[in-house]
Design a binder for this molecule. Structure first.
Ligand SMILES: Cc1cc2nc3c(=O)[nH]c(=O)nc-3n(C[C@H](O)[C@H](O)[C@H](O)COP(=O)(O)OP(=O)(O)OC[C@H]3O[C@@H](n4cnc5c(N)ncnc54)[C@H](O)[C@@H]3O)c2cc1C
Length: 403
């Protein structure tokens, strides 16, 4: 299909609603057809009907819709509780690949990424010694024929054990300044050269891992952008990650409320302290933060729709980090002494305690709060750049290598 006729908002609304009515059973929250195929079957159906990435161009599985029209689709899906759309905002791997991948790679992988039940990729960025300063990565990729051979170590890699692919930054040139010698690859994870070891978090989860790459192989065709231009590709990928984190993060556990705005009020009502003026004030403040952030994210999304990687995204991520800490603190205040309890027999305190620990995920993952402040200072407020003495020297002469 090379073109989809332009539709008015009403026509689009009618088409998506009719398609959902015909294909999705809102009562059981399942596809009406081929129920055995489960979520995967549903995602494939949404993909084939071009609802997965409605903002994307028609030649790449989309409908070329504006941001406003894509939201009509997202709202229609949300109304009936159907997953499978909006991946043109939320799937950072697919979006980065669309922008920078060769056509052959996009043909091979995009459908797989857009119809995967969970996240089928992980982010192989951070290393011991290269977290906030990602441009100091020392993991190396060396060309051998049609492939690159990768050696090095990554750390804090979320979801590495279940990922089929890794979005990898590796150094391909040590003789140019640190930002210039990095390349970005999509590396297959299931291969003998990759060893994954889980790390345990304070929440009790073990979502992230150490990843050791020992002569791991990645085809040269899996490079995104040009060789040595990986820093630029990374900025796009990070902007998508911050967008998602800015919209909200933090898994919930047994006993948790679905909607955070409701949850603070409902929790206070349940705990019998909704009339307490101090608690009410705390709830109002936490709710105002959320509302402000929603408005700010709408601003950032509008900039992204114009094709720029918005620094305002950093404001959203920073705000969400504060919101999650605030929510957890207010919830702990509401529960009072009972927040000291934990475990399966105490689902409410267990949920609140989990939120308290898990709030750090957003303050550190995807770039720490301090780094977001640096970005806001430099790119939003126009303050002078942070001094970086080794920015312009060949990487092999930089502090990261010479110590
Ligand atoms: C839940 C979670 C999931 C993650 N998932 C992934 C993943 O999937 N893939 C991946 O690659 N990484 C992942 N990370 C790693 C994360 O991106 C890094 O932890 C983060 O970038 C910080 O790097 P670091 O841990 O090396 O800390 P460092 O960079 O060593 O920072 C230590 C402290 O110094 C501060 N600091 C450092 N530089 C500056 C500066 N220039 N100005 C001001 N303060 C500064 C930091 O803010 C921080 O407080 C994850 C982390 C978390 C918590």
């Amino acid at each position: 299909m090379s073109q989809i006729p332009q539709m008015t908002d009403e026509q689009l609304q009618a088409e998506v609603t009719a398609w959902l009515d015909a294909n999705w059973d809102a009562a059981t929250k399942k596809s009406r057809h081929n129920v055995e195929a489960g979520l995967k079957g549903w995602l494939k159906a949404a993909f084939e009907a071009r609802w997965s990435v409605p903002r994307w161009p028609v030649e790449w599985y989309g409908r070329g819709l504006s941001n406003e029209q894509a939201k009509i689709v997202e709202r229609a899906f949300a109304k009936v509780g159907a997953p499978g759309t909006g991946l043109d905002r939320t799937n950072l791997a697919a979006n980065t690949m669309l922008t920078y991948g060769q056509d052959s790679l996009k043909r091979d992988l995009l459908q797989k990424f857009l119809t995967s039940e969970g996240s089928n990729y992980c982010l192989l960025y951070s290393e011991p010694g290269a977290g906030s300063d990602l441009a100091s990565v020392r993991c190396r990729a060396e060309r051998q024929g049609d492939n690159f051979v990768v050696n090095g170590q990554k750390v804090w890699t979320s979801g590495a054990r279940t990922a089929d692919y890794g979005m990898l930054i590796a150094r391909t040139n040590w003789d140019v300044p640190k930002h210039k010698g990095i390349s970005f690859f999509v590396i297959p994870m299931n291969q003998p050269g990759i060893d994954i070891r889980p790390l345990h978090q304070i929440t009790g989860d073990a979502h992230f891992n150490e990843v050791f790459l020992d002569n791991a192989i990645v085809p040269a065709a899996n490079m995104l952008g040009a060789e040595g231009d990986g820093w630029k590709v990374l900025q796009t990928a990070l902007a998508y990650e911050r967008l998602v984190m800015g919209e909200g993060a933090g898994e919930r556990r047994q006993g948790s409320f679905k909607d955070n705005r409701v949850s603070l009020v409902a929790l206070a009502r349940e705990a019998g302290c909704l009339d307490d003026p101090l608690i009410r004030q705390e709830i109002a403040r936490a709710t105002a933060y959320r509302q402000l952030n929603t408005l700010n994210m709408a601003r950032a999304k509008a900039e992204m729709a114009q094709g720029t990687s918005s620094p305002i995204m950093s404001l959203g991520k920073l705000a969400m980090s504060r919101i999650l800490h605030e929510d957890a603190r207010v919830m702990t205040a509401i529960l009072g002494a009972s927040s000291m309890l934990d475990g399966e027999g105490n689902p409410r305190p267990a949920d609140v305690n989990y939120r308290t620990f898990n709030a750090y995920m957003t303050s550190i993952g995807g770039g720490t709060d301090q780094i977001q402040r640096n970005i806001i200072g430099e790119r939003v407020l126009g303050l002078p750049r942070e001094v970086e003495l080794d920015r312009d020297v060949p990487f092999r002469e930089s502090r990261a290598v010479t110590g």
